[in-house]
Ligand binder design. Sequence first.
Ligand code: GLN
Length: 487
Amino acid sequence: MNELLRKTAKEQSEALRNKEVSAVELTKAALERIKDIDEKLGAFNSLTEETALETAKKVDEKIARGEELPLLAGIPLALKDNMNLVGSRTTASSKILENFVSPFNATISQKLLDNLVPILGKANLDEFAMGSSNENSAFKKVHNPWDLNKVPGGSSGGSAASVASCEVTLSLGSDTGGSIRLPASFCGIVGMKPTYGRVSRYGLIAFASSLDQIGPFARTVEDAANLLEVISGHDPKDSTSLNLPVEHYASSLNNDIKGLRVGVIKELMSEGLSEDVQKAVENAIECYKKLGAEIVEISLPNLKHSIGIYYILATAECSSNLARFDGVRYGYRTPDAKNLLEMYTKTRAEGFGPEVKRRIMLGTYALSSGYYDAYYKKAQQMRALVTQDFVEAFKKADVLISPTCPNTAFELGAKSNDPLAMYLTDIATISANLAGIPGLSVPAGFDRDGMPIGLQILAPQLQEAKLFNAAHKFERANDYYTKLANI
Ligand code: GLN
């Protein structure tokens, strides 16, 4: 592999500006790396070589003319395959969209193209982003680059594995209940979910619209912060996107965190926690003390209800969002239906996988008359209580920390037949989506088998700068981020 691929986006940017390498060379090196190892990894559903090389060429032309380069110009990036990019297949890892070619760009894709970031391909995911292990892809499983027998986490498993294995330097994922933070923690990289509304969702295939948010993956906090800067901002095409100026997060990364109140979430430090993960979080607490932070214990009394709330709201929303896949306008249509009704039912029966069907049925049930008040309305009310818990917590602490997941990556197949066990993987991440607050996972060590452990950090709404600052300080006080998977 070309050694440049191991470098961070920041270092690669310097190499481009110093003309040590051209953007076309860097893109070609990354494409070669993908072709070398992706058969083992399964991180990509498709490559978008032409678009990538075209963008890289534009970067080189700009360099040749001596022009200023936009942030992250020329840095190889992968898009989760539920984000539209003109001319690319956008499948959401589902049979029902297997041959769907995007006729338009998602706002994030347009922003990346405008910033001359080469998009190398579409990363594998759990079908329609439903899952925690990336085993629900209709096409192939993604393997963890640290141990190919283990899962990379989901649902943005391909986005995480591609960055952790140096196929690309950056990627985007979507996080509805933890789908960026969980795979980041399982793959030993940084993954960040912004405040709900910080990034436009226009052109992201919707799963649960009140929870979905697009965010960055990178090998360092600084790279993730810069990528968020590139993709964030108001978008008239997404009415839930916030009309606020874009921030330059990198400028506050090195702020002193003396006196920062770091809250440790009590409920996530006990039950079901693996010994190694617990030790890693305790080490993180010690690290923050050394950095001058003040440690406080925080209780989120309603956190224990978050999985139950999520699996009513997310399934209800997805049953409605996925109604559009009926064989009429997009994607797959069954070849042998005798009438319209049969066309709908057969198309959906043949096109969706088992987990997606399970969720559509659960969500339809929760929304049906007679059950709506008992389930959907109750869950909405409980969601408000979870949000209120955070409001109280952030009176006592500036940021909150916890493990990103109670355990490290598990063996492929270990939880495939037990949906409930799979759902419990998200116990630490889901409540941030319910409350709409930003959160990230940063590498915090390794377990006894050498598998990465992630530390989750949460901040109040729109306090991304503080979140990145706290994470960057932790990252630089340790050397976990310098360790790369050996694949
Ligand atoms: N694992 C959770 C689920 O299966 C979260 C997925 C996500 O964030 N997209 O729904």
